[in-house]
Ligand binder design. Structure first.
Ligand code: HEC
Ligand code: HEC
Length: 511
């Protein structure tokens, strides 16, 4: 028990309104805190490095991290613009490039490590735009390794398949695994082989992408040589349904998985991937998995460093290492405003999902009524995320094709949850470290400033979100005075850590 606290506390008991007592009588900042409050504050301090990912044995492998850093920054892995939004509507506003032209984005475009890992580039300013339109605001890659379930709605269970998904997503990078394998082969061969070569050799392309392209017609077939299909160049004859002879290369230039049966002439890319020999599909697929594992290994280095808040905490409850308003804000955070109920632990996220009454609004942000029948309905948040996770399409930690520890059961409790109506409109609690750097806020980026966020909580949220009946009981009007709003803001600003080392954040030289 700290002595300074006792007289102050008795005064608080005598006089109503402990804030005013705190201000006028407690000269020492430390006397603002009861032991219970300080105990709660201690649970927020010092973020340890993130846990390892059972799916990815390359976490901690320095060569994989270095390769991952380059891949993270390399725009050549992106494809062409679709300009569609997540419900398939073609948006009238231009995205990154006209439809069909290359978008030239990398992970770093939407997760700029010099800007808190967020997206300063998307024009609407609230959702991200890649090849098409996302339905949500970009999260930061910084601290993403802490969450067992990724994304605002939790639909992925590892950074590895999250990266694979974004690599091929038609509204994000819109790249494709076959092109990725060529790029790794042509540009990153030595670095790739140093990490993965023993176990997963690159496909035997035998020539570069450019050389292969010169051998092919625009429809992807091999150019005939002397009116014959040039088998010596790795091409093979096929007969189509009408009995016409076609001539296809062993390795196409582009391709991603369709529905697994080979249907020449169909999207994507003439179904080129599905039409490859099974062994070749396997080597291409492994390079794709490994591309993602290298990036994910790099992402494990991206976590918030020490913040003024941590240094103040170390200095003890009487410390004046933070401005008085931030100190009062800390007390509100663990007390009257009860933010810590969800923003708990050193990450300041309990990693759970809540409906907090955020309006579902903005260009490109789908509403519930935009959802088609039983399809994946993005506005439902955690409801849609858990549905996808349980279906197994986005859950891969227990899948031996992807995971380095398929026996891992660390996500089992999530897989076993029942999808319930109360999950509609719930989103994952974001961590608050470095939050002052990551505007705009909330899953749909609806708030431009932290002040708007704090006012949201002070109002007790809104009823303009999805399924307002599901709003958490913890979201109720707080009755904050203007000065208390400023105090909370000052506390949130004290969570900005020291900058990450520039050897992590600066774009590296690319091959
Ligand atoms: C066009 C912009 C864009 C690009 C390019 C992009 N992302 Fe994202 N990223 C987003 C958006 C938007 C979200 C949130 C998506 C959601 O929740 O559904 C996100 C979420 C994430 C998350 C989840 C963080 C968390 O806390 O769960 C990670 C990790 C991530 N991206 C990594 C990557 C990597 C790696 C790449 C490159 C391979 C990449 N992103 C490329 C926009 C982008
Ligand atoms: C019931 C749980 C809960 C409580 C209590 C709570 N939050 Fe949140 N917070 C969330 C969730 C969930 C989100 C994301 C909601 C969304 O995107 O729709 C969020 C989002 C935020 C964001 C935006 C972060 C970002 O990266 O977009 C900030 C800032 C924030 N909360 C601060 C606070 C503060 C300050 C308090 C106390 C006044 C508080 N929260 C109380 C659950 C909670």
């Amino acid at each position: 028990m700290r002595l300074t606290w006792i007289p102050c506390a008795s005064l608080i008991l005598l006089l109503a309104g402990c804030e005013s007592v705190g201000d006028s009588f407690c000269e020492q900042p430390g006397c603002l805190f009861t032991d219970a409050e300080w105990e709660r504050i201690s649970t927020l301090a010092h973020l340890p490095p993130p846990p390892r990912d059972p799916a990815n044995k390359y976490v901690g492998n320095a060569l994989a991290e270095q390769l991952g850093r380059k891949l993270y920054h390399d725009p050549r892995f992106s494809g062409v613009a679709t300009q569609k939004d997540s419900t398939g509507r073609v948006m009238s506003q231009p995205a990154r490039a006209p439809i069909g032209e290359r978008i030239e984005v990398s992970c770093a475009t939407c997760h700029d490590l010099r800007r808190g890992g967020t997206d300063p580039t998307s024009v609407p300013g609230h959702v991200s735009v890649g090849a098409g339109w996302y339905d949500v605001n970009a999260q930061s890659t910084i601290n993403s390794a802490y969450y067992p379930l990724k994304y605002w709605n939790g639909r992925y269970d590892s950074l590895v398949w999250q990266a694979m998904a974004v690599g091929e997503s038609s509204f994000s990078m819109n790249g494709n695994r076959v092109r990725f394998a060529w790029l790794l082969h042509d540009l990153y061969k030595d670095e790739y082989e140093a990490v993965f070569g023993d176990e997963w050799p690159l496909p035997e392309f035998g020539r570069s992408f450019e050389e292969q392209a010169a051998l092919l017609e625009t429809d992807g077939q091999c150019k005939l040589v002397g009116a014959r299909c040039p088998t010596q160049l790795g091409c093979a004859e096929e007969s189509d349904e009408d009995g016409n002879t076609t001539c296809w290369p062993r390795f196409p230039l582009e391709g991603k998985a369709g529905d697994s049966a080979c249907k020449r002439g169909q999207a994507p890319f003439q179904d080129a991937y599905d039409c490859m020999a099974a062994e070749d599909q396997e080597t291409v697929f492994r390079t794709f998995v490994n591309w993602a594992k290298a990036i994910a290994a790099f992402e494990h280095l991206l976590y918030s460093r020490e913040a003024p808040f941590d240094r103040w905490y170390d200095d003890g409850p009487d410390s004046d290492l933070l401005p008085p308003e931030a100190i009062r804000g800390a007390r509100l955070f663990v007390g009257k405003a009860a933010c810590i109920e969800c923003h708990s632990g050193p990450l300041m996220s309990d990693k759970r999902f809540y409906n907090i009454g955020v309006p579902q609004e903005g260009v490109g942000v789908p509403r519930e009524e935009d959802c088609v029948d039983d399809g994946y309905c993005a506005p439902l948040g955690w409801y849609a995320g858990l549905t996808a996770l349980k279906a197994g399409t986005t859950r891969r930690i227990d899948n031996e094709d992807y995971s380095d520890t398929p026996t891992d059961r660390s996500r089992k409790a999530f897989y076993e949850l029942e999808v319930e109506d109360s999950m509609r409109g719930a989103w994952r609690t974001p961590g608050l470290r470095d939050v002052a750097l990551t505007a705009p806020y909330m899953h749909d980026g609806i708030y431009r400033s932290l002040e708007e966020v704090v006012r949201h909580y002070d109002r007790g949220g809104t009823s303009e979100g999805v399924a307002p009946q599901n709003k958490s009981v913890r979201i109720a009007p707080l009755g904050l005075r203007d000065r208390e709003v400023l105090d909370l803001l000052a506390f949130l600003e004290a969570l900005t850590g020291d900058p990450l080392p520039t050897e992590l954040t600066d774009p590296p030289e690319l091959p």
